[in-house]
Design a protein around this ligand. Structure first.
Ligand SMILES: [Zn+2]
Length: 352
């Protein structure tokens, strides 16, 4: 297999889904790769998982052909570094270490939903891993809201009743409503119920899994059977954290103004500590990224990425998969990039 020593530019990948976008992905991406559909709300970047229950929809295809998933699994050390086997020992395939990054354009409020954690996903759903996720807010209207966790303990039978009756007004009223602005980061630990308000455009980073339990399915799905990812309602609702998410915890999960910062020269993640082990976020507007896998989003401006024997001009809206074998990446020009890497704990081991 050809040795990969440079980043790969990834084109838009917008699988159909059940809610609508509002053209923000097309505006951010521009049409350099062809026309991006304005009504699709999700662009899956460096995806090594397919949509739930589907064979290949959602998987990222490489510019040279073939899927990123197969490329990583065929050469995990080139992509993820020398410790790939050790880090992925809990997973059926190393490519599941690649965080799933998405642009998400909420043309309408997203339904209240939750993702199981690793233990629940493996023991109850027979899945490879659960899903902790985080949102980097790119654009938000004034008073944009996200919903995160319960304000007070949610009794299990009350939750079942709200879900059964689809009493969404009561569900939302029972959740923490958090105002967000462009530049904020919100971490959503697995098990935490959440929803994203209308008008928000964000970059989402997640464990590589497509596993959602929709507590709210009307009017999004015609058939509530689809809402629980194949699980029965009582099994599905079991993955919901019913403990209250206090204001102190919300303050730890929501980090303000992250995009105005830079990681500096180090590898310290700009994510809240609870993201360690799942994924990390590094920001650069210059300087060098140590060797290691990252899914890179060019947030603004234009500039150049350079390695030992490669260079790549980049500009706002581009996305790249950067393999470990590309080596350290120098960032120059009037450009800012976000690098999403496998968990900080893992990259720290491989770090400079
Ligand atoms: Zn979610």
């Amino acid at each position: 297999m050809e040795v990969l020593v440079h980043p790969l530019l990834l084109g838009p990948n917008l699988p159909p889904t059940f809610y609508r976008g509002a053209g923000r992905i097309a505006d951010f991406r521009s049409d350099r790769f062809g026309v991006v559909p304005r009504d699709r709300p999700e662009d899956w970047i460096a995806s090594t998982v397919s949509r739930f229950g589907e064979r290949s929809t959602g998987l990222t295809e490489l510019p040279e052909g073939g899927y990123l998933r197969e490329a990583v699994d065929a050469a995990p050390e080139q992509w993820l570094g020398p410790d790939a086997a050790e880090w992925s020992s809990q997973l059926p395939r190393p490519s599941l270490l690649v965080p799933l990054v998405k642009f998400l354009d909420a043309g309408q409020r997203l339904p209240v939903h939750v993702h199981p954690d690793d233990t629940f996903a493996r023991s109850r759903l027979g899945a490879a891993q659960g899903k902790t996720e985080a949102w980097v807010i790119m654009e938000a209207p004034a008073d944009a809201l996200v919903y995160l966790g319960w304000r007070q303990e949610m009794p299990v039978d009350r939750l079942a009743d709200l879900v059964e009756r689809q009493d969404v007004t009561a569900m939302l009223a029972a959740m923490n409503a958090v105002t967000v602005r462009a530049g904020d980061v919100v971490l959503v630990p697995a098990g935490t119920p959440h929803a994203i308000g209308q008008g928000i455009f964000l970059t989402e980073v997640q464990q590589a899994a497509d596993l959602s339990i929709l507590l709210e399915w009307q009017p999004f799905l015609a058939d509530p059977e689809q809402a629980f990812g194949g699980a029965t309602p009582d099994v599905a609702l079991d993955c919901v954290d019913v403990a209250p998410l206090g204001a102190d915890v919300v303050d730890e999960l929501v980090v303000r103004g992250v995009l105005e910062r830079s990681s500096g020269a180090g590898r310290s993640s700009l994510m809240p500590d609870a993201a360690d082990g799942f994924f990390a976020l590094l920001l650069r507007d210059g300087g060098t990224l140590a060797a290691g896998y990252s899914t890179m989003v060019v947030l603004g401006g234009r500039g150049t990425l350079a390695g030992e024997d490669w260079t790549r001009d980049v500009e706002r809206g581009m996305t790249l998969a950067v393999p470990y074998a590309a080596g350290p990446v120098r960032v120059s020009g009037e450009v800012s990039v976000a690098a999403f890497t496998p968990g900080a704990r893992r990259t720290a081991v491989a770090g400079a």
